[in-house]
Ligand binder design. Structure first.
Ligand code: FAD
Length: 403
């Protein structure tokens, strides 16, 4: 049985694991010289495998794709991904935010153990094999030795999205699959930053500074008010970080409808506007405005943000300052390009696939992972989702082979 998995990211490797544990010897092809470069990169910022929240809440993080992914997630729950890591020798822990990490938060040791196990179980690897064409039963790869044609009994495509293309996933597969008559929605950035027109002075001073203990709110495309406490990061171009990523889908949709988009920050979510006004109204005596503000807890990036939107003479008006601190307008001009995004929205539409994740018009060809048309915020939902799909496709293939 000649089974190919094209794409050696976490989705493809999980597909290989299921097949090789069942006694098959799949071959994993990848364009890059080594496997799972994005997974490795993910470990540099702390590998967030999954989330510990209650399952129905967990499943709701996949937005409109939830109905298509429900079976996948039930079949590969957050507990199962933790068990998977444990079986490779890596315990996990739940961080204060509910996110789940391996103890050392790294991906390299986990990946090494995973690949070692796959090889022991007879998974074959063919690196530097870029999938470039598919016609009838011939799958063509560009290799250091020129173009090579292969034919397979079954294929699992796990080609990723198009973010961080230098790590291997470029989205070039969209052309090949479109030529086969498959429906693909435009690849877009997900979990990306947004551009903000701060002053040059502000950017120079605060790029890389976290803005902690704030609440972000805005009205989404369906008229629902979205708001969440958290923190974001001021970057050289604008804003990024977990609070922004939570809402990147909604904010992208609003910007596409009508840009720029103004969202609001409550810079003191635990103090009421009247309390702030009262505090700002007390006499500052001979103190400078900055020293007075500092005594009230208003300094650094928060104080400088105020100066970005209020004229100098307005800064000593307690009512206006309190109002602005509670509803600071942050104008997002546009979103950052897909190349910089953590993940990809859009991709191969679920309507092309059956419940086995097999292409309806191409028996024994399955598609899994970030190449499919879904998105989720950061928080471990991405890895749980892609690995769950790899498992689901391989288990479906096994059932077909055994029937
Ligand atoms: C900086 C960063 C941090 C992240 N942190 C986290 C995190 O902490 N938690 C989390 O859940 N997610 C995180 N993610 C997202 C997560 O890494 C991805 O969602 C996941 O890797 C997608 O898995 P995949 O297997 O579908 O695709 P990929 O990991 O992109 O793998 C696809 C593979 O296919 C190969 N390929 C593509 N085209 C071809 C072709 N034509 N021929 C042959 N091979 C090809 C690529 O080289 C690649 O190896 C992070 C992403 C980034 C960029």
């Amino acid at each position: 049985m000649n089974i190919a998995i094209i794409g050696a990211g976490p989705a493809g490797l999980m597909a290989a694991q299921v097949l090789s544990e069942a006694g098959y010897a799949p071959t994993v092809f990848d364009a890059k010289p080594s496997v799972a470069r994005k997974f490795l990169q993910a470990g540099r910022g702390g590998l967030n495998l999954t989330h510990s929240e209650e399952f129905s809440l967990f499943a709701s993080r996949y937005f409109e794709a939830q109905p298509f992914l429900q079976t996948t997630l039930e079949n590969f729950t957050p507990n199962e991904i933790r068990l998977w890591a444990r079986n490779l020798g890596f315990e996990t822990f739940v961080g204060s935010s509910g996110k789940v990490y391996p103890i050392d938060k790294k991906s390299a040791p986990l990946l090494r153990a995973w690949v070692r196990q796959l090889k022991m179980n007879n998974t074959q690897f063919k690196m530097k094999h870029r999938f470039v064409a598919w016609s009838k039963d011939i799958w063509q790869f560009e290799t250091p030795d020129g173009l090579k044609d292969y034919s397979f009994d079954a294929v699992i495509l796990a080609l990723g999205g198009a973010s961080w293309p230098q790590l291997g996933s470029t989205g070039a597969w969209t052309t090949i699959l479109k030529d086969k008559g498959l429906n693909i929605s435009t690849l877009k950035p997900a979990n990306m930053g947004f551009n903000v027109n701060y002053s040059k002075v502000f950017k120079e001073k605060f790029s890389g500074t976290p803005l902690k203990n704030i609440e972000l709110s805005f009205t989404d495309i369906n008229g629902n008010i979205q708001s969440k406490l958290g923190e974001l990061l001021v970057s050289e171009y604008g804003v990024e970080g977990s609070l922004i990523y939570t809402y990147s889908k909604f904010m992208r949709e609003l910007i596409e409808q009508n840009s720029p988009l103004t969202v609001y920050l409550d810079l003191f979510p635990h103090r009421s506007e009247s309390k702030l006004k009262q505090q700002l109204s007390t006499s500052r005596g001979k103190q400078s405005l900055s020293a007075f503000w500092k005594r009230l807890g208003l300094s650094g990036v928060k104080a400088s943000l105020l100066r970005e939107v209020l004229e100098k003479e307005s800064l000593s008006k307690p009512e206006l300052v309190a109002k602005t601190l509670k509803k600071f307008p942050l104008t997002l001009e546009s979103y950052r390009p897909i190349e910089e995004a953590i993940s990809t929205a859009g991709g191969l539409k679920f309507e092309n696939l059956d419940e086995k994740l097999m292409l309806k018009n191409f028996p024994n060809v399955f598609c899994v992972g970030e190449m499919l048309d879904w998105e989720a915020p950061t928080g471990g939902y991405l890895l749980t989702g892609v690995m769950g799909q790899g498992k689901q496709a391989s288990e479906s293939l096994l059932k077909l082979l055994q029937s």
